[in-house]
Design a protein around this ligand. Sequence first.
Ligand SMILES: [Zn+2]
Length: 427
Amino acid sequence: MEVELKELLHDLESLNQSLHDPSHRASLDKLRLRIEHLTSMERSGPARRLKVKDMSAEVVDSNPYSRLMALQRMGIVENYERIRDFSVAIVGIGGVGSVAAEMLTRCGIGRLLLYDYDKVELANMNRLFFRPEQAGMTKTDAAVQTLSDINPDVVLESYTLNITTVQGFETFMSSLKNKSFRPSKEGIGVDLVLSCVDNYEARMAVNQACNELSQTWMESGVSEDAVSGHIQLLVPGETACFACAPPLVVASGVDERTLKREGVCAASLPTTMGVVAGLLVQNTLKFLLKFGNVSPYLGYNSLKDYFPTMEMKPNPQCSNVACLERQQEYILAKPARDAALKAKMEAESLSVEEGPLHADNEWSISVLDDNELNSMDATSSDALPEGLVRELPSADEPQRMVPPDAPLVSIDDLEELRRQLDALNST
Ligand SMILES: [Zn+2]
């Protein structure tokens, strides 16, 4: 940019000298001043931070990772820095995908692969992430522009293509398989695929690719009335794939293929999309860094603030051939899986130690383990003065929507769940 401005200034000077009519000089001088102003603005533009070699846990204001590395010190994550080894592919850089990409970038993910064929439009400005001046740019290029400024440590790959076309699907598959970022990695080149698309065909394309590659992925969606959404974990062979049973939000709504009609516009809210992106990336972090429980399915109904969860087993009659192959492999690998689980449980039972979780820390925060919390509930918070009855549930005891011993949902229960969700949506 600065070089171009310098050339422009040079051309202007030549023009000035070749002009015989002095009446034009004033307007040329004006132009020269504007170019000089632009040059000085360009020079004083925001400086990008330099890449950092290692993630530091040092608590200083200039460390972009101190708050994330503190998760390790607080005992939530065992090794936060591992995040730099991971590659995540995000398909669909819209209201959910762009926000998910920003969250993962700020968390210091190693590499992000971004796929979208669309351009940024002013009609997208009700959502987060994209800015009005980016209108007309491809979503992938605009995303790389913003994300590389936020965190230059993240390796960004932008794929402006439609994965539902033959050529697009081929490029999608080969980019997922590419292991140049971490050649020693097991399996293919990415650790997780996030589907943030808004249509049935694209979801089926992601499903096909992940079934063929035996790649774990997460699906996300927001309803066309903008007030509910879901995320879903799909492990080929182990859980239902997208062709085994469509997610409930899709199943209960209008046929998605009829949605994109001329002149028909789905509603969208930055709130619902932000919540769904947050749930998706939270599940992603838990999956990659191995902490907490990774949700197999988590719904969000914003009208009732209701978050249903469930598990879905694969359908032995699934129409997707690759899904059936993965199911077969999963069944065959059961003895090895059982043996590994048994060994892990034995090792864990040997290493259990009594005592405080954290003897001391520099913030003077004490951490209680769950048993202590339970015993505190029983003695302190449950004890009400005589004659008083508790009207609201105790703050430490969230009301359970599903009894803890409820059986897992199978394909057969889908019809019933669909009816329940229909009833919920119609009220
Ligand atoms: Zn399937």
